[in-house]
Design a protein around this ligand. Structure first.
Ligand code: AMX
Length: 437
């Protein structure tokens, strides 16, 4: 048994007992109340999930196992002191609740390299879709096709005891994470580079290898990918991609089914699709108002464009959040990256200018709970700077990263032996009866 599984076994046994004890002995403890408005506005703020990998505070942003983004940029292992932490380290932390050493991170890099061979039929499935189909359609279909390899599904059919489900879940999760960059890069090369596929380089870490297979081989791009794949990895359990993955796997669907379902949720414009939509939106604006700086008259042009866009009943991508009530720390981390490494980039200047213009416009509507930018407002401009300007692809990159958090959580779902999820629904008549109307 590898040492990560040994650690999981030890920690898992203790925590499983705690979860059982809480459910049995404290089962009647009231944790929350639910209002009519919460049910009818997307269950915001209703405590109803157990997620250990990260926790989101509306005022301070995300903390991974208790650590903020700047803390982890300090504490997680890097390949060189000037660079960004390796996403492998974040996965280790989320999975084991321990800061990794450089050796732990290298162990994961090696494991994922060993496991990164994608079965041929997965490419056949992707190839059966027309190249014009959306990258996220190809990505989720590819992940579904990987389910033929599920060790969890096989073990379940063979009748392994419930307390051992996590063992094969862990194997599936490790294989899935190892292979996602290869599938994503395949879709990228197929769609935008005439199908000229680049094989993985076993000497590279997980993020750098992804950049390499997409066709970008510079230390600058490797550094950006390490940061991108770190920042998008997890945002506690209630967001659409995390919650969907958790929900589907609660039926004991295998991790490939569960993650493919999560990815179809990530593809929605109110969630991960905003990652690509921001750049499409900014390009549309620049086509209409022309190249612009951030002088007063240019800010006014942007503000008018934003107001007209909202008046058409559409949302400004990259702004707002269902939980956060401040500027997203993931946005701030990317802004600092741009300030440190990038000079004179028109698109980045426009993104910075939007920070000054959009929030007051959203505030003036009187209904937007959070007018500040989220993670998606910045990432596209950084990728575009380094030549990755096929913004239709960005949500797939988000999907590669999101695997780290939600699949680490999925291992814990199985360790805790969490049951099938089944909240109660009511009819409109029932809601009317409660209100007495
Ligand atoms: N532009 C225009 N209107 C906005 C807005 C925005 N960026 N953000 C919120 N609003 C509107 C809502 O559409 C809603 O209008 P309605 O009452 O007429 O339907 C109203 O303000 C209240 O919404 P809210 O409670 O503030 O937000 P929410 O929790 O319902 O939704 C979110 C949150 C992110 C979906 C929303 O802010 C939005 O659509 N933002 C733009 C899309 C985006 O950037 N999504 C990515 C989020 C991060 C991620 O998951 N990657």
């Amino acid at each position: 048994m590898d040492y990560i599984k040994e650690k999981l076994l030890k920690k898992g046994d203790q925590e499983r007992q705690i979860v059982k004890k809480l459910a049995k002995e404290y089962g009647d403890l009231q944790l929350d109340t639910v209002s009519m408005s919460q049910v009818l506005t997307g269950m915001k703020g209703v405590t109803s999930l157990l997620t250990v990998t990260s926790k989101l505070d509306p005022e301070n942003g995300i903390r991974f196992r208790g650590y903020s983004i700047p803390e982890l940029q300090e504490k997680l292992p890097k390949l060189n002191p000037e660079g960004e932490p390796l996403p492998e380290g974040l996965f280790y932390l989320m999975l084991l609740d321990e800061l990794p050493s450089i050796e732990d991170v290298q162990y994961l890099t090696n494991e994922w390299t060993k496991r990164n061979k994608v079965p041929g039929h997965v490419f056949d499935v992707i190839n059966a879709l027309p190249p014009t189909s959306k990258p996220m359609t190809q990505f989720s279909a590819g992940i579904m096709a990987m389910a033929t390899e599920s060790l969890f599904q096989k073990a379940y059919r063979e009748g392994v005891p419930k307390d051992e489900y996590w063992v094969t879940t862990y194997e599936d999760v490790m294989n899935l994470i190892a292979q996602l960059p290869t599938i994503a890069a395949y879709i990228y090369r197929r769609n935008f580079h005439g199908g000229d596929i680049i094989p993985p380089d076993p000497k590279l870490d997980w993020a750098a290898n992804f950049a390499h297979m997409m066709g970008y081989d510079s230390e600058e791009v490797y550094r950006l990918f390490r940061m991108y794949l770190f920042l998008h990895a997890d945002h506690e359990g209630g967001n659409v991609s995390a919650h969907t993955t958790h929900l589907v796997s609660s039926a004991l669907s295998n991790p490939f089914y569960a993650y493919a379902a999560g990815m179809t949720g990530l593809a929605g414009p109110l969630h991960g699709y905003a990652n690509q939509e921001v750049i499409r939106w900014i390009k549309g604006m620049l086509d209409e108002i022309g190249p612009c700086g951030c002088a007063d008259e240019e800010k006014e042009k942007i503000a008018n464009y934003v107001k007209n866009y909202i008046a058409e009943g559409k949302v400004i991508p990259g702004f707002g959040h269902a939980v956060l009530r401040v500027t997203d720390p993931r946005y701030t981390a990317q802004k600092k990256f741009a300030e440190k490494y990038i000079k004179d980039d028109h698109l980045i200047d426009v993104v910075n200018c939007m920070y000054e213009v959009v929030p007051p416009v959203l505030q003036s509507l009187g209904k937007v709970k959070n007018p500040w930018p989220n993670v998606d407002a910045y990432s596209g401009s950084l990728l575009t700077h380094y030549g990755i300007d096929e913004y239709f692809f960005y949500t797939v990159m988000f999907g590669v990263s999101r695997a780290l958090g939600v699949l680490a959580q999925l291992v814990w779902d199985r360790i805790y032996a969490l049951p099938i999820e089944r909240p109660k629904s009511q009819t409109l008549q029932w809601f009317k009866d409660q209100a007495g109307i």
